[in-house]
Write a protein that binds this ligand. Structure first.
Ligand code: 6GU
Length: 242
């Protein structure tokens, strides 16, 4: 998969050299390049922003550098890359969206700062790109860079070969609409707290039933919206049937 990130703070994306994503890049599974938006300016001050028409607080990112940057990264090869613009006004990012993005050949990320990017950039970009405005949640970050770290990680880990043990992708929170069950390791008693007996029982049927029950209870307590959204769980399922 090819990934291009355009930002005025390329150093913000340095963590993409680390851990599993860094290894995937070195292994040739990810071709990821970070571009400095200011390299697409032509004035002495490398200006990327200006005041908003109509007034109001803050600054707006100018269209010209974005237009040049997006033309430059879309230039070679593929038909219609996906342009992802992170922002609090976007469609909520979900595991389903991560799975969809993981099927694409080429993702381009445009990191906005200040009050946002001139709206005409989105219209123009739609001619060459499949444009998606994506939000991480209902809160405000200073710019798109941290969101790009999250989105790239969520997508890259779904690509074949990025995660050593593909089984660990299956039983995860959000893969089937329920949160994960709690996990324990040695010692069997720590700080006076015992691991639940069932996990030491060796009865795999019982363990699976206990884990499923834990997932339901956890989801009901922390994310009741997921239970109702999935429609797969009746209230009665949450009472322990043992
Ligand atoms: Cl994707 N960007 C910004 N700037 N703020 C956010 C966000 C994204 N998601 C939530 N808040």
């Amino acid at each position: 998969m090819r990934l291009d990130v355009v930002s005025i703070f390329p150093d913000y994306l340095a963590p993409l050299d680390l851990s599993l994503i860094g290894k995937a890049r070195r292994d040739g599974l990810l071709d990821l390049k970070v571009h400095d938006l200011r390299d697409f300016t032509h004035d002495r001050h490398r200006t990327v922003d200006d005041s908003p028409y109509g007034g109001g607080a803050g600054m707006v990112m100018k269209p010209e550098p974005w237009s040049e940057a997006l033309a430059s990264v879309a230039a070679d090869v593929d038909a219609r890359p996906t342009l992802i613009v992170p922002g609090p006004g976007g469609t909520p990012f979900t595991q389903a969206m991560a799975r969809d993005l993981a099927k694409q050949d080429h993702l381009v990320f445009a990191c906005g700062r200040y009050e946002g990017i001139d709206e005409r950039v989105y219209e123009a970009a739609a001619e060459a790109y499949d444009v998606r405005i994506v939000s991480l949640g209902d809160y405000v970050l200073n710019g798109g860079e941290v969101a790009v770290l999250a989105i790239v990680e969520a997508v890259a880990r779904l690509l074949p070969g990025v995660i050593g043990n593909a089984d660990s992708l299956v039983e995860e929170s959000h893969e089937d609409g329920l949160l994960e069950y709690p996990v324990y390791t040695k010692p069997p008693v720590w700080d006076g707290r015992a691991v639940p007996d069932v996990l030491l029982s060796g009865d795999h049927g019982k363990i699976a039933a206990w884990r499923h029950q834990q997932r339901l209870e956890r989801t009901a307590a922390r994310r009741p919206d997921l239970l109702h959204a999935s429609g797969s769980v009746a209230v009665g399922d949450l009472t322990d049937g043992s």
